[in-house]
Design a protein around this ligand. Sequence first.
Ligand code: XMP
Length: 516
Amino acid sequence: MDKVLILDFGSQYTQLIARRIREVGVYAEILSGESPLEPARLEGVKGIILSGSPHSAYEAGAPAPDPSVFSCGLPILGICYGIQWLTLSRGGKVERLPEREYGRKQVHISSPDPLLEGLPPTFTSWMSHGDSIAAPAPGFQVLAESEGGIPAALRAPAAGIWGLQFHPEVSHCEGGTRILENFACGICGAAKEWSMAAYLEAERASIRARVGGEDVLLLISGGVDSTVAGAFLLETLDPDRVHLLYIDTGLMRKAESEEVMLNLRALGARHLHMAEAEADFLSRLAGVESPEEKRRIIGDLFIEIQEREVARLGIPEAILVQGTLYTDLIESGKGVGTKAQVIKSHHNVRSPLVEKKRAAGKVLEPLDRLYKDEVRALGRLLGLPESVVGRHPFPGPGLGVRILGEVSKERCDILREADAVYIAELRARGLYDRIWQAFSVLLPVRSVGVAGDERKYGSVLALRAVVSEDGMTADVYPFETKDLLGISSAITNKVPAIGRVVYDISSKPPATIEWE
Ligand code: XMP
């Protein structure tokens, strides 16, 4: 398949570059910026993009691509740091700006170019840079400038290099996707061969060849990813060979475990194993208040139970299948490596069982090239209902990180009830699908209220609702006041233990999406 290779130098936006290019139907892959570009890596590659970076191109030890990036004969597009590094390495000048250029900025095109085809003469770009090109390298021509007179787009025709100071991958950039499409299809000539149907067909053939007649075991978490992986296995392999294991931690949402089981049965699952582990989790969490400690306990116990259950199932040789996504590998530091910020670790990537199986070549991750929205598209293609594929993400440690302070059965039950009312209200008001992730958090404080003539102390519930592309950054969902008021009274009417409801109005950054 034709593809565009993105060399990542640690920009927070690198993931978005790949997603945008895939959105127009061209396959894009991310590699660590300094990876050797040996011929096998360049198979099918039609063009290379150098990403942005938190580094300055002129500092000692600034990350650089393999020098063969210039000799491989492929078109190159540098974005932000990428074009600054290219400028310096070709004899131009890059300097620190007196003031950062940040946010929406007008860009004026001075010289038409295939890269900017279809854009108006002046358009709104998205800038985020503290350094800038002070003198273009010999052979480079400025194609557009920002309102501050800073080079915004450049080209070196003889060298096959293009550059952008702004970020076309950020959704606030007008025509940004068109620019990336112009590069991938117009300049590089990459064919639009990336579609979920094509992926499904290729992945099916490859999984059948790898599995042969062996048993496979899929660890189900209840979320979208593992359910789609389950659907994929059940329709690709002999269902008699497909074993599904679900661990009920007691930290799941209301009726979640029953729903997971029902969904998988509806898909034709024959070997569906549920490990009831609520009592184990709650007893280990008793008396623990520290968020870090809770996460560690939940992660360790999850792995312990997973190992125990796998041994109990009596299929020691089974191939382990996981619903790992492209972002999971990258966020766990296994994809692009040292330059990417390690955002969170997933127990599915770190567990000793998985490492042992991996060493024996017995791990399959059929979704590991896909982004979340692509997994959803695959789920739809496999016939999964919208209620499953459209579900908001849910963290591995579950309600354990949404109950601040000590986790107990009673507090889990209160949160489950309140959250179920919140989500039902969102669905009834037609808001659920407009929000990327919504959930409730039970706070470790009680507050005074009135019930009839009496004063009573009730629990405080915080509501969270965010819009996001991928969870890396998030904006608060701007509810209408009438919705917030309606949701609040539905919760306090239906869940007597909740005496007060507050709405979290913090974006990420500086806050994270979860509270712990
Ligand atoms: P934060 O809180 O880091 O969350 O802004 C970003 C996204 O990741 C989810 N999240 C997790 N998912 N294991 C997971 O599988 C975890 O430990 C974990 N912590 C956060 C969170 O729900 C949000 O979608």
